[in-house]
Design a protein around this ligand. Structure first.
Ligand code: F6P
Length: 324
C-alpha cells in the first residue's frame, strides 16, 4: 500500500482536524501518500481531491470544524454514485479509504465496501456518541462542555427570575449529550429518547419542588428524531400545569458542534486517526476503529451502526437522588 484517501462526512465534530493530522503524519511516518477528499462523499464522487503534506495539517490540532469540509451526499446514497466514487479512487491510485464521521457516513461506507470490496475503515467522528465499539466518539467531549457552559449561564438567569427552563441539546436519537451535560450542570430533570418521562411526572416533580421552596428548575431535553422537542414539551406542560410557573425554552443548536476541541477530543482524534491508518496497514477493512477501556479496537462497521449503545440508567437514577 502506498496511497490512501481520507474524508470527513456528515455533521462536523471538534477533533476531526486532529484526526486528519494524525492520518497524514502517520502516513508520512509509514511512507504512504495521503490524499484529502473535500466535502465528504460528494467530493469523492466529483473527484475533488488533493495531496496532503505535513505542512497542510500544521496549526490545525486546536481548530474546530474540519479542514476537509463536510457534507451529507445524496448521490452516495445511490449505487450509481458509489460506483463513480470507486472509479475516482481507482483513478487517483488510492488503495484504501479512511472515512471520519458518524452513523450515516458508516452506512455509506458499508454499502460501498459490500459493492466494490474496496478497503475502507471508519473513524467515529460525531458529537452524538451513538456508535457501538468505542467508549467515546470524536467531538462528544467538547460538545458536552459547550452545552455545560450554556447550562451554567442559563441557570443564573433561571434562578434570578424563578423560572423553569427547558434546554434542548443535540444528539439526534441518542441521549448521551443530554445525560452528561445535564448531570454535570446539576439539572433537575433530563429527558432522553431512550427513557422518556411523562408530562404528568414532570409536573409532579415541579410541584414537589415548588412546595419544597425550590423556585427554579432546569430540564435538559435531548432533541430526539423530531425537532422542537423542548418547545412541544413546554407547551404540554403549560397546558397541564395547575400552578403559577414561568416557563422558557432555549435550543442550543449548532453552537454544540463548533469551537476548539477539548484536550480529550484532540487526544482521541489523534489516537483514532493513527489507529485507522495502522489498522489498514495490518490489513483491517470494513471496520470502525474505536477506543474501549483505553485500548484500540476494530469493530465491524455493521455492528458499530446497528448495535444500540446503551444509556447508563444508573446516571438517570443519580439525577433523581441529587436534585432533592
Ligand atoms: O449528528 C450530529 C448532529 O449535530 C445531530 O446531533 C443533529 O441532529 C444533526 O447533526 C444536525 O444536522 P444538520 O447540521 O445537518 O442540521
Amino acid at each position: 500500500m502506498n496511497r490512501i484517501a481520507v474524508l470527513t462526512s456528515g455533521g462536523d465534530a471538534p477533533g476531526m482536524n486532529a484526526c486528519i493530522r494524525a492520518v497524514v503524519r502517520g502516513g508520512i511516518y509509514h511512507g504512504l501518500e495521503v490524499i484529502g477528499v473535500r466535502r465528504g462523499y460528494s467530493g469523492l464522487v466529483a473527484g475533488d481531491v488533493f495531496s496532503l503534506s505535513s505542512h497542510s495539517v500544521s496549526n490545525s490540532i486546536q481548530r474546530g470544524g474540519t479542514m476537509l469540509k463536510s457534507a451529507r451526499s445524496p448521490e452516495f446514497l445511490t449505487a450509481e454514485g458509489r460506483k463513480k466514487a470507486y472509479e475516482q479512487l481507482i483513478e487517483i491510485g488510492a488503495q484504501a479509504l479512511i472515512v471520519i464521521g458518524g452513523n450515516g457516513t458508516f452506512q455509506g461506507a458499508l454499502h460501498f465496501f459490500e459493492e466494490h470490496q474496496f478497503p475502507v475503515i471508519g473513524v467515529p467522528g460525531t458529537i452524538d456518541n451513538d456508535l457501538s465499539g468505542t467508549d467515546y466518539t470524536i467531538g462528544y467531549d467538547t460538545a458536552v462542555n459547550t452545552a455545560l457552559e450554556a447550562i451554567d449561564k442559563i441557570r443564573d438567569t433561571a434562578d434570578s427570575h424563578e423560572r423553569i427552563f427547558l434546554i434542548e441539546v443535540m444528539g439526534r436519537d441518542s441521549g448521551y449529550i443530554a445525560l452528561q451535560s445535564g448531570l454535570a450542570g446539576g439539572a433537575e430533570m433530563i429527558m432522553v429518547p431512550e427513557i422518556m418521562l411523562s408530562t404528568s411526572e414532570i409536573i409532579q416533580t415541579l410541584k414537589q419542588r415548588k412546595t419544597g421552596s425550590k423556585s427554579s428548575s432546569i430540564i435538559i431535553v435531548a432533541e430526539g428524531e423530531q425537532k422542537n422537542t423542548a418547545a412541544r414539551l413546554a407547551d404540554q406542560i403549560r397546558h397541564q400545569i395547575d400552578f403559577e410557573f414561568d416557563i422558557r425554552v432555549t435550543t442550543l443548536g449548532h453552537i454544540q458542534r463548533g469551537g476548539s476541541p477539548s484536550a480529550q477530543d484532540r487526544l482521541l482524534g489523534s489516537r483514532l486517526g493513527l489507529g485507522a491508518l495502522e489498522g489498514l496497514l495490518m490489513g483491517k477493512k470494513n471496520v470502525m476503529v474505536g477506543l474501549v477501556n483505553h485500548q484500540l479496537t476494530y469493530t465491524p462497521l455493521k455492528e458499530a451502526i446497528e448495535q444500540k449503545k446503551p444509556i447508563h440508567r444508573d446516571l438517570l437514577r443519580m439525577i433523581e437522588i441529587l436534585r432533592v
